[in-house]
Design a protein around this ligand. Structure first.
Ligand code: 13P
Length: 397
């Protein structure tokens, strides 16, 4: 084999914030192939022209005391949320709810990024301002859900795979132009259904292809293989499966030349199955989860942004707080949907006169999780609503 002293030769001009806010500067080509051995041409190194910007974006999202507001429910899932407060699933109602979320005063003190569904990325608030512009004014980086959802995986044990790679590079390029700077792809692994080697490999490969494509378009990929809470297994079984899943994910990320400094992870916390009779304390969840992360996640990765997965709002905050009692090699934070929005949605109830109270509820949760990111959350004064579990068997996002 030819010996090649590979050097990464190309890096991008750094784009300043005002430029990325305008989102007009799609550059070509976004990828170059650099010959490392001029005599034999035996080895090439791939370098994205967005490399510096990806690192900057990932660091901004992973900034101290802040995390992600996941508000990327598909129209179908948003419909379920709205139905729970007696509202119809119309574009106007989705717009009113998302306006309430993005315009909560001071949200950017606790929230560094917001994941949007495509409709919201291109939508305006009820006052006619672009949602994306409102977020940027709040110093919140806009992100976009790019997967196309789960479908049955033939040849598996009733497991799923995640669609969305076809045409992804043109979509990610367009999302960048619209102002998105990071992306999310959620696939799932089911413990009670296996997981089969086929399902784990498919999940890991899909995430790696998506991550490479997103980086080529200037979007920081959030890598999310959700290990579902469903099942009556104990915490050791979750730990075993999580080790397997993350080993495979990083194997394929490396094989696809994904730059680890320019990604964010969105793991499930390591907990017992939702139907397990043994419950785990925040300390146990933190011990298992940090052990998993130390074994599997390189320190080059800037941020670990957990999903809430059906935990109650308070449980998700307590667990995060327990993980931040001593310094970690990565920013350990949150990217919650249900665990940030539940009380807020109920408080709103679809009534304009409740908007301020609902925004206050969102800020209470955002601040609690901000404190948990810093390891300073006490759990005092939480409402009964915030302590209610939100696990739904066979949950589809
Ligand atoms: P939850 O925090 O409700 O599990 O949402 C996870 C998610 O992937 C949303 O983007």
């Amino acid at each position: 084999m030819a010996s090649a002293s590979a050097t990464l030769l190309k890096s991008s001009p750094i784009i300043d914030k005002s430029e990325w806010i305008k989102g007009q500067n799609l550059r070509h080509p976004s990828v170059c192939f650099v010959q490392c051995n001029p005599t034999s041409a035996a080895f090439t190194v791939r370098a994205s022209s967005y490399a510096d910007e990806l690192v900057k974006t990932a660091k901004t999202v992973a900034s101290p005391g802040r995390g992600i507001l996941a508000m990327d429910e598909s129209n179908a899932t948003c419909g379920k949320r709205l139905a729970s407060i007696g509202l119809e699933n119309t574009e106007a109602n989705r717009q009113a709810y998302r306006t309430l979320l993005v315009s909560a005063p001071g949200l950017g003190d606790y929230i560094s990024g917001a994941i949007l569904f495509e409709e919201t990325l291109y939508q305006s608030t009820i006052d006619g301002k672009k949602m994306v512009d409102v977020l940027v004014e709040q110093k919140i980086v806009p992100g976009i859900k790019v997967d196309k959802g789960l479908v049955p995986l033939p040849g598996s044990n009733n497991e799923s795979w995640c669609q969305g790679l076809d045409g992804l590079s043109s979509r990610t390029a367009a999302y960048y132009q619209q102002g998105a700077r990071f992306a999310k792809w959620r696939t799932v692994v089911s413990i009670p259904n296996g997981p089969s080697a086929l399902a784990v490999k498919e999940a890991a490969w899909g995430l790696a292809r998506y991550a490479a494509i997103s980086q080529d378009s200037g979007l920081v990929p959030i890598v999310e293989p959700e290990i579902l809470l469903d099942g009556d297994h104990g915490i050791d079984r979750t730990f075993e499966v999580a080790q397997k899943v993350w080993a495979e994910v990083f194997f394929y990320l490396a094989e696809n030349n994904v730059m680890f400094e320019g990604i964010l992870l969105k793991p499930s916390m390591v907990t017992p199955g939702a139907e397990c009779k043994d419950k785990a304390t925040p300390q146990q969840v933190a011990d298992y989860t940090l052990k998993l992360l130390h074994r599997r996640i390189p320190p080059a990765v800037p941020g670990i942004m957990f999903l809430s997965g059906g935990q109650s709002e308070v449980e998700a905050t307590l667990n995060l707080n327990a993980m931040n009692q001593s310094p970690n090699p990565w920013h350990v934070s949150f990217s919650y949907a249900r665990a940030l929005q539940n009380t807020c949605l109920k408080t709103w109830g679809g009534r304009p006169e409740n908007v301020k109270a609902a925004q206050d509820s969102l800020l209470v949760r955002a601040k609690a999780n901000s404190l948990a990111q810093l390891g300073k959350y006490t759990g005092e004064g939480e409402s009964e609503e915030a302590k209610k579990g939100m696990f739904v068997k066979g949950y589809v996002y």
